[in-house]
Design a binder for this molecule. Structure first.
Ligand code: 13P
Ligand code: SF4
Length: 420
């Protein structure tokens, strides 16, 4: 059997981007910040809420006991339970998922088991919120560790987006809106439910990395411009692939007067970008792509579109996590593939296709530190709770937010990814 990322990090903590990743994630539940693996630039949400503390008995349980409990609870709960797992989850957890997929697929998967009483989402907070909005009102959605957030999602808060929107509305007030709106708000799935609701209220839409180009086409049929948040890289990469010149994709900064741009730049803009980024994908560089090509002539390089534009340009292909999976599945024995995305997924693909050479572009082992917080201990504790009739770590999006957010999410579900 191949070695999981967790086993690698535990055996040699110094090989990872932060040696503290080898600790149990409960160590970080109550400390400010994102803990190991996060970028120093990551915005820390305020007030800092870390209510995911795991009972000590579960912190101290052996791996064997945790896995025995998870298996037993799954057996007892049967079809009353569905477990969804994102590709970036650790092997120790993803093995229990009934569906494994990218964000778009998991949003759809949340709809496919309407009879299940509970959806346990092994992913991050915005994914569980989305599942709660899309699920039937009677269904419970659980995020096993409430501290599993997404640092990028926290880089766009509702107040800043509202403030930027008001400035833009003032600037575009004289435009003829009869045929096309001045701006269509597009939020990446990696955002709070409140921002999805903002998009629902303002004629906007949600996108994922798999359907971003379909969504931008949808938006340009309805508006002159798009305000894209929080991920500047996905917005820029998607706009560029559609032929939008870089100079027409300025960054807006809600903290600066005039959004940090001169008015003419904002009037000429096609895609207004928000300055958010993913600390995992920001680590990938053009130098790593060049190194892979030098070390492995003929290597195929595929990266996630959350990577900076020069990295996407230097790669042979880019796409969502499921597009990366399909790229590998379509390759041939003997192929060499370098991947620019989260290491748990890359290592899993390498183990699944042992007749190919598959490796992560980043030589340092750096998982998504927040996805990593779904340790088997949290899964065992929440499943044991269900067996005992207690719903632990439930995610509930208030109705007034969920109603508007669902409008933007339904538009997203109708915008099918190309080539999937
Ligand atoms: P996917 O939609 O491609 O699964 O990406 C989600 C994500 O958070 C990537 O960082
Ligand atoms: Fe968020 Fe990046 Fe982790 Fe994806 S990989 S969940 S964008 S922090």
């Amino acid at each position: 059997m191949s070695t999981s990322v967790h086993e690698t990090i535990t055996a040699a903590p110094a090989a990872s981007c932060d040696a503290e990743l080898a600790e149990g994630p409960w160590v970080f539940d109550l400390v400010p910040g994102y803990g190991p693996g996060a970028s120093e630039d990551d915005v820390i949400p305020t007030p800092v809420v870390r209510p995911g503390q795991l009972p000590v008995a579960y912190q101290q349980m052996s791996d064997d006991e945790l896995h025995a409990r998870i298996r037993a609870a799954k057996e007892t709960l049967g079809d009353r339970l569905v477990i969804l797992g994102h590709f970036y989850q650790r092997d120790e957890v993803v093995q229990y998922a009934d569906f494994v997929g990218d964000s778009f697929q998991l949003a759809n998967a949340a709809l496919t088991k309407p009879d299940a009483e509970t959806i346990v989402f092994c992913g991050v907070h915005f994914m569980a919120e989305t599942a709660d909005i899309l699920a039937r009102p009677e269904q419970h959605v659980i995020l096993p560790n409430l501290a599993a957030g997404c640092s990028m999602a926290d880089m766009a808060d509702e107040d800043s987006v509202e403030a930027a929107w008001e400035e833009l509305m003032e600037l575009y007030a004289d435009e003829d809106q009869s045929e096309l709106a001045s701006v269509i708000p597009v939020t990446y799935m990696n955002s709070s439910a409140a921002l999805k609701a903002f998009c629902g209220r303002h004629g906007g839409i949600v996108c994922t990395s798999s359907n971003a180009s379909t969504v931008l086409e949808w938006a340009f049929e309805r508006g002159r411009r798009v305000l894209f948040f929080p991920d500047q890289h996905l917005g820029r990469n998607t706009g560029k692939a559609m032929g939008v010149p870089e100079e027409l994709m300025p960054m807006v900064n809600a903290r600066k007067p005039g959004l940090g741009q001169d008015p003419q730049t904002l009037l000429d803009a096609k895609v207004l970008l928000w300055p958010g980024f993913c600390s995992v994908h920001k680590r990938f560089t053009v130098a790593q792509v060049e190194q892979a090509r030098a070390d492995h002539p003929g290597v195929k390089v595929i990266v996630h579109p959350e990577c900076p534009m020069p990295v996407v340009d230097a790669a042979d292909a880019s796409g969502s996590t499921d597009a990366i999976r399909r790229f590998v599945a379509a390759s041939s024995p003997g192929d060499v593939i370098a991947i620019g995305t989260e290491v748990n997924m890359v290592n899993r693909l390498a183990a699944e296709y042992p007749d190919r050479t598959i490796f992560c572009l980043d030589p340092v082992v750096c998982p998504c530190s927040t996805m990593y917080r779904i340790h088997p201990g949290y899964l065992a504790w929440t499943l044991d709770g269900l067996v005992e009739g207690e719903v632990r770590n439930e995610i509930v999006v208030p109705d007034e937010i969920a109603t508007d957010a669902k409008i933007a999410l339904d538009r997203m579900l109708a915008a099918r990814p190309k080539g999937a």
